[in-house]
Design a protein around this ligand. Structure first.
Ligand code: IPE
Ligand code: IPE
Ligand code: MG
Length: 228
């Protein structure tokens, strides 16, 4: 079975650059190039939802110089890619706290989301300024403000991932074996796959191999298979 929603924790850009004696910003640029190509490949495989964890809420504590390089890459992405996304029928969704980002960038993200909202072929989700715990706490506060008890379904509608299917497969590149505050509520039954490769080196063929591995996983959701 193909996953319906694949999410990437795109880690290892800095180490990719370091290994080449390049500044970290060069690693982020290479990561962005890979992200746009990989998203296209994921959609071409027939997977309609693809998420990239591109900037965590915690990443905002990084040095100003690195953040400026990241913000300018995102601005470039939102400035350049929206026309192509719209032409290709790809809707862009942003999850995370945009108030953590510079206002100019946040407003170009909002415009990109608005401009592509009619896309029906695929959904590209960018997690920017995103933190799973923060998203859960924000959802709790929304429930309190609404003054009502919520069940799992109702709670998930208060998260920033409202309207998106749960991730079936989460791929983290860059050798670390952790979630780093990504989709904590939504990942409850996601299949996890960790790649040794730094994100800029993670190829379309690596993704095809990941899909093969996913197809072999037995997703039991706590149940037992009927004996047969
Ligand atoms: C991932 O690469 C991109 C972001 C977190 C913004 P890193 O920048 O974390 O790269 P490493 O982990 O230092 O190699
Ligand atoms: C996770 O990578 C966040 C993103 C890829 C955006 P980090 O590099 O921030 O994670 P840690 O610090 O290794 O846990
Ligand atoms: Mg990292």
């Amino acid at each position: 079975m193909l996953p319906k929603h694949v999410a990437f924790i795109m880690d290892g850009n800095g180490r990719w650059a370091k290994a080449r004696l390049l500044p970290r910003s060069a690693g982020h640029r290479a990561g962005y190039k890979r992200m746009t190509a990989l998203a296209r490949h994921v959609f071409a495989c027939g997977i309609p939802y693809c998420t990239f964890f591109a900037l965590s809420a915690e990443n905002l504590k990084r040095p100003k110089e690195e953040l400026e390089a990241l913000f300018s890459l995102f601005s470039e992405f939102f400035g350049k890619e929206m026309g192509t996304l719209r032409e290709e029928g790809v809707r862009l969704v942003a999850i995370g706290d945009l108030t953590l980002l510079p206002e100019k960038l946040a407003s170009s993200i909002r415009s990109g989301v608005e401009y592509t909202k009619g896309g029906t072929r695929a959904t590209l989700v960018l997690a920017l300024g995103y933190g799973g715990r923060q998203d859960i706490v924000a959802a709790c506060n929304r429930a309190v403000a609404l003054g009502k008890n919520v069940d799992e379904e109702g709670f998930s509608r208060l998260l920033s991932t409202d309207g998106l299917p749960l991730p079936d497969l989460i791929i983290r590149t860059g050798r670390e074996v952790r979630l780093s505050n990504f989709l904590l509520f939504e990942a409850a039954y996601a299949e996890l796959l960790f790649s040794e490769k730094y994100f800029p080196d993670f190829t379309d063929e690596d993704f095809d191999r990941a899909l093969k591995e996913y197809a072999l996983r037995d997703r039991k959701y706590g149940t037992v298979r009927p004996q047969g």
